[in-house]
Design a protein around this ligand. Structure first.
Ligand code: TRP
Length: 337
């Protein structure tokens, strides 16, 4: 049986945090060890340019994300781990796909529509204010990422499902015009993936500025955990675990028995300070060995670079012949052939 191709990208604009870890990185790394799966994981640095015009930040984020995945034990003998910009065929495919994508389809993309809605609410005269062509055609770049490797399954957050549907539409259009070149990808949304709340009790997200970075120093990490917002119930008063940020995070790291035990302690009135200590210990134990590897990698970026170089080489073994096939299909080829 051929392996199922699983592909996902990580936009290089932020520092990996606990929410990214429990929701996306941890499951992706465990899939990298599954023999029935051929994973493609990449740093979506061209996607970063859509929303971030700070070169230092894009660079630093690429380094942090790569170091994070490697430190956490990504199996690069099975997974192909690369940087999008190291695979130029993706951009070439982006243009081919752009030329078969209906503008009307892009008009319906959530990210674009949200930008327009915000402008309209602001009452200005230009609904497209601040919208670059990069933002507008972002789903085409994402379709190229996916179709370039004929991915079957694409693990993403709920907010990205529409993009995968668009990739299918675009692939079907291309296949209709030029023959069956692309598999139609499916989104995989981990229904019970932990949604982790942030310091202020909203969803943990870099756009809310409420994240707990995964690889802080132990001291800073403890401080951040202590900053998580709780209600003002006193020690000894029974507490409700549902909707409690501390409990939610604990759940993402603990076994079912440990969770049941903490649930009981909530009923018995555990003090918030004590719960924060328990939470800190739990996560710190899981992360500590990886934190040391992370720091070592950040000090030796050439090791990261080496892994990405190997990844790009593996990726291009696929993309170089495939782009030739696609060029032929659309009629761009040597005159003499
Ligand atoms: N747009 C995705 C996000 O913001 C990242 C991404 C880029 C991606 N290319 C992809 C995800 C291809 C899956 C497949 O989360």
């Amino acid at each position: 049986m051929s392996k199922s191709i699983v592909l996902t990208g990580i936009t290089t604009t932020g520092t990996p945090h606990l929410g990214n870890y429990a929701g996306a990185i941890r499951p992706a790394i465990s899939a990298s060890k599954d023999d029935n799966v051929r994973p493609f994981y990449f740093l979506a640095d061209y996607h970063a340019l859509i929303k971030c015009h700070e070169p230092e930040r894009v660079k630093q984020s690429s380094r942090e994300i790569a170091a994070t995945w490697l430190a956490l034990g990504l199996d690069t003998s099975n997974a192909v781990f690369y940087r999008q910009s190291d695979v130029p065929e993706i951009l070439e495919l982006t243009w081919m796909l752009t030329c078969v994508t209906a503008k009307g389809l892009m008009n319906r993309a959530h990210a674009y529509k949200a930008a327009v809605a915000e402008n309209e609410e602001g009452g200005g005269s230009d609904p497209d204010k601040g919208v670059t062509m990069g933002l507008f055609s972002y789903p085409v770049l994402m379709a190229a990422d996916i179709l370039m490797f004929n991915a079957n399954k694409v693990p993403v957050g709920k907010d990205q499902i529409q993009h995968i549907e668009m990739a299918r539409d675009i692939a079907a259009r291309f296949n209709h015009l030029y023959g069956e070149h692309f598999a139609l990808p499916e989104a995989v949304v981990e229904e019970n993936a932990a949604t982790i709340l942030g310091l202020d009790g909203r969803k943990m997200s870099k756009s809310y500025n409420n994240t707990i970075p995964l690889f802080e120093t132990e001291k800073k990490f403890r401080k951040l955990i202590n900053k998580i917002k709780t209600n003002s119930l006193e020690p000894g008063e029974p507490k409700d675990p549902e909707g409690c940020t501390l409990f939610g995070i604990y759940q993402a790291f603990a076994t079912a028995e440990e969770v049941a035990d903490i649930r009981q302690q909530y009923a018995d009135g555990i003090a918030w300070g004590e719960m924060k200590r328990v939470l800190f210990e739990k996560i710190n134990d899981e992360i500590m060995p990886a934190r040391e590897r992370y720091e070592a990698l950040m000090q030796a970026p050439e090791h990261i670079e080496e892994q990405l170089r190997e990844g790009a080489e593996k990726a291009r073994k696929i993309t170089m012949p495939f782009i030739q096939e696609l060029r032929q299909a659309v009629g761009i080829s040597k005159i003499s052939l």
